[in-house]
Design a protein around this ligand. Structure first.
Ligand code: TEU
Ligand code: CA
Length: 552
């Protein structure tokens, strides 16, 4: 297997709005990131992925871009960005940006032109439809954020497609001019010296020809599914052209966000020879945390992880993650965010981090930040959840039901400001934070974690160091063990005659576990219960116990 810097890297995702505010306006910014780079370096981070920082009216917090070539005013300006890039590089780290090219903001000049008349040269930059003569729906496609994907525009009375919010019209990738403009923009950033991209919603750029109705067995008004626009026939031509014209000409890291594409479809996307990306975010594992009678579905989890691990062995590369800005906090969903918060956070960290692939940590995950519960919908920000709340409460769901759904599933769980200390507003800002801080910041914060040798933070630090010093934990092949064990996720990493075992009890109950006869322990390298020097001959695993062994 080829050695590459991005395979050896550990990545950290920053949601800039909520990371650190340097000027007291309550909004995280680029100078704030610069001030925290030493913290990330100390943790052992190599690559920083920053969510969109481009000019944007912020309908979807930067995922609605109005100018690709400019920085959002609230975050700073291009000089701040250049300084950030330079400071990151000075510390031997790298930076990848979010690339949002499925859609723009409706305030982007292309859309302003496009909507102005049917004859405008930019008309075909977006997807327009004249509508049905009888005024009925064009089709039954539902937007991810509620309602139809079609919105009638005042100026020409025609309809444009938006698979996310109304303020995020989809670009028309069928138009070669659109693609040219996008490639120019991507190369402009690459020429600036950034180290790659996380490519947003890239499965959605190809829409099904003719926009036919989706199957609708539940007779919904709109079907909110990937059926019409995820991974459609013809997408490969777009992706291969995109890759050839941009990222493949640079030594950069390209991570595709591949929601709605399964292993069979997306495997070749990351193949070393002709793939489009170095790795993709796929979501097979994410729904499984409460899938079986309200509990984690171990059988499916083992299948989901192992399919990608063994399927890409020697051919492609994985991106490993538990959290991002669209997901609830992992310790609250997968683990226990009360008494066993630290132990369970370390267990889930061990489980995913030491597989084959490039691990990503989402801001706050390294200190075990938890979900939040605000009482009223007014305290929330996410356009997706707010639309859904309005829609569902109008259609019969109670406020209580909807809030408990949001507390568990809402994207805002991940977007509360980073908890730096027990000072007011968690030390995130000296002003008024743009979005509520989780009240548990007095206990859960970076300062506390850095000062506590037993913290989740120090566990990550140790694990990162271990991965860096152990080629088998980067390049080694993966082998699932104890396949049928209902509580324990166990796998080996094998490389050059060396063998390592990762054994994690993913449940809040003790577990019996025995090593297969061909395995013999040489040394305990990492544990969330014992000091590393302890020799543990027992394999009675405590609740959420994780162990990493070197085998002989
Ligand atoms: O999310 C993309 C997204 O929601 C889909 O890919 C979806 O996850 C998948 O198809 C479900 O199967 C990205 C960003 O991460 C998110 O924050 C943005 O709101 C969204 O794109 C729009 O830019
Ligand atoms: Ca600020």
């Amino acid at each position: 297997m080829k050695h590459k810097w991005w395979k050896e890297a550990v990545a950290y995702q920053i949601y800039p709005r909520s990371f650190y505010d340097s000027n007291g306006d309550g909004i995280g910014d680029l100078q704030g990131i610069i001030q925290k780079l030493d913290y990330l370096k100390d943790l052992g981070i190599d690559v920083i992925w920053i969510n969109p920082i481009y000019q944007s009216p912020n309908d979807d917090n930067g995922y609605d871009i109005s100018d690709f070539y400019d920085i959002m005013d609230e975050f700073g300006n291009m000089a701040d960005f250049d300084e950030l890039l330079n400071e990151v590089h000075k510390r031997g780290m790298k930076i990848i940006l979010d690339l949002v090219i499925n859609h723009t903001s409706d305030e982007h000049e292309w859309f302003i032109e496009s909507r102005s008349s049917k004859e405008n040269p930019y008309r075909d930059f977006y997807i327009w439809h004249p509508g049905r003569p009888d005024g009925s729906d064009i089709n039954n496609w539902g937007s991810f954020f509620g309602g139809s994907v079609w919105e009638q525009d005042d100026q020409t009375k025609e309809y444009y497609m938006h698979i996310f919010s109304k303020k995020q019209p989809d670009l028309n990738w069928e138009n070669p001019k659109v693609r040219e403009h996008l490639y120019d923009m991507v190369n402009w950033w690459l020429d600036k010296g950034i180290d790659g991209f996380r490519v947003d919603a890239i499965t959605h750029i190809k829409k099904r020809e003719g926009f036919p109705d989706l199957p609708n067995p539940q007779h919904q008004k709109y079907v909110q599914s990937n059926g019409g626009h995820a991974n459609q026939p013809g997408i490969d031509e777009f992706l291969s052209e995109f890759a050839e014209r941009t990222i493949k000409n640079y030594d950069v890291m390209a991570v595709g966000e591949a929601g709605g594409a399964g292993f069979a479809d997306a495997k070749h996307w990351v193949e070393e020879k002709d793939g489009y990306f170095n790795m993709i975010f796929q979501f097979d594992h994410l729904g499984l945390w409460k899938a079986k009678e309200g509990k984690l579905d171990m059988e499916e989890l083992k299948k989901a992880m192992t399919k990608w691990q063994t399927g890409l062995e020697g051919q492609g590369w994985n991106a490993l993650f538990l959290e991002n800005h669209d997901q609830p906090r992992s310790v609250s969903t997968w683990g226990d965010d009360t008494d066993l918060r630290k132990t369970s956070a370390k267990a889930f960290a061990t489980f995913y981090f030491l597989m084959q692939g490039t691990p990503f940590i989402y801001q706050g995950q390294e200190i075990g930040m938890t979900n939040v519960r605000f009482d009223s919908i007014e305290e929330y920000n996410d356009t997706g959840m707010i639309n859904m709340y309005d829609y569902e409460t109008k259609n019969g769901m109670s406020h209580e039901e909807m809030m408990s759904y949001i507390w568990k599933n809402g994207r805002d769980n991940a977007r509360t400001p980073m908890q730096w200390s027990n000072e007011p507003h968690a030390g995130f800002t000296t002003g008024t934070p743009w979005f509520g801080v989780n009240p548990n910041y007095s206990e859960i914060n970076v300062e506390e974690a850095v000062n506590d040798p037993d913290s989740i933070f120090h566990y990550y630090k140790k694990m990162i160091k271990l991965r860096k010093g152990t080629p088998a934990l980067v390049y080694g092949s993966y082998e699932l063990r104890a396949e049928a064990h209902p509580q324990v996720f166990a796998y080996l990493r094998l490389y050059d005659g060396e063998r390592y075992a990762v054994i994690v009890n993913l449940f809040n109950e003790p577990a019996e576990f025995s090593l297969d006869e061909d395995l013999e322990i040489e040394e305990l390298l990492l544990s969330n219960y014992y000091s590393n020097a302890a020799v543990t001959d027992t394999l009675q695993l405590k609740p959420y116990e994780a162990r990493v062994y070197k085998l002989s």
